[in-house]
Design a protein around this ligand. Sequence first.
Ligand code: DCP
Ligand code: CA
Ligand code: CA
Length: 367
Amino acid sequence: MQNRVIMLVDFDYFYAQCEELRNPAIKDKPIVVGVYSGRTEESGAVSTSNYIARKFGVKSGMPLFLAKRKLEGADAVFLPVDHQCYDQLSERIMLILRGYATSFEQVSVDEAYLDVTEQVEGSFEKARNYAQKIKDDARNQVGISFSVGVGSNKLVAKIACDSQKPDGLTIVKPEEALAFLKPLDVDRLLGVGKKTSTKMAELGIKTIGDLAKYDMQKLVAVFGKTLGIYFHNAANAIDNEPVQEQGEAESISRIGTLKQDTRDLEFILQKTDELTEDIFKEIKEKKLNFKTVSIYAVMTDLSSKTRSVTLEQPAKDKEAIKRNTKTLFEKYLLESTLEIRRVGVKVSGFIKEELQQKRLSSFFQSE
Ligand code: DCP
Ligand code: CA
Ligand code: CA
C-alpha cells in the first residue's frame, strides 16, 4: 500500500483570533477570552489568549483574576466568550478545508484531519506546497491563520502540528517519524495523562523513545492488552486509524407543523416548499448529491407515515426535491382519508460531488 499523507489543521489561538478579526484595533494588545461565572466581576476562567498575552504567562484554564494580575498595566483586553461568532468562523474554514481532502474529519471547533494522499500523489514534497496553499486560501477567504502538521498517520500529524505554533507548517516524513517522536515526553501521546505518565516513569519510561523500545508484553501486563498494544504502536509511530467524517449526515430532513389540519395538496406543498428551501441550503453548502426523497406525515390521530422514492440519477437541485415531494403527497392523499397535522421532507442517499478533482487540477495548474 502506498503511504498515506495526513494533515492535522489546528487554528491558532482560536477564540482570541476570532476577536481580533472582528476588531482589528485590539490586535496588538494582549487579549484574554474568558468564561465569566458571574459571581463577582472577576470570577471565571481563561478560555484562551492571544500570543501576546501568553508572553505574560497567561494560560487556558487559569482563573481570570490571576490573568488580570499577570497583565497589570499591559493595556490588556478581556472579553467574554462568544460561541456563536467562533462557530460561524469555524464552519466557514471547515468548509474550505473539506474541499481540499478526499476524507475529512473535524475533531473539535478548531481542529480537523485531512487525508490528502491522492491530492499530493503520496508525496511529502508536494504536501508542503499543498498545505501552504490551503493556509493562504483560508487567510484570504476568512482571515484566520492556523498551524498544520503533516505525517503518514493521524498520530504523527497531530504531534507535528503541536510542535510549531502559531502559523506553523511541520512536515514529518515517514522515515523521520521515529526520530521525531523519540525525544518527546510520553504525555504528548493521546491517552497518556498524568496517572499513566507517572506509572510509566516508575517503569523508567520518560520519553516516547523509551516507550518505543520497552517490552510490549510487559506493557500489556501493566496496562492491559488494548492499552499496552496501543502504547507500543503509538510510540513506534504506528497508527492505522482512518480519517473519517464523524457522524456525517446520512440524511437531511425538516419537519414542520401546518397552520391547520388539512388534506389540501397546495396547502401542504406551501409548507414542504419552505422546508425544502432549508434542506437545499444545507445540501448545497455540503455539496451533496442525493438519490432518495422521502415525505413524512403526521395525521390528526397522531399516527405517522413515510413514503420514499429513489431517483434514477443522483440529483442536486431544489426542483427535484419539490417535484418528488409533490408526487409522493399526491399518491399518499389517495391512500389515506385522515387530515394531516405535520409534514416533513427528507433527502438521503448522498454522493459527494467531484470537488476533489477540481481542486486537484487547479492546484497543479498553478504550480
Ligand atoms: N478552550 C477553552 N478552554 C480551554 C482550552 C481551550 O475554552 N481550557 C477553547 C479556546 C481555544 C479553543 O478551545 O481558542 C481551541 O483550543 P486550543 O487548545 O487549540 O488552543 P488555542 O486555539 O486557543 O491556541 P493554540 O494556538 O495553542 O492552538
Ligand atoms: Ca488551536
Ligand atoms: Ca485545538
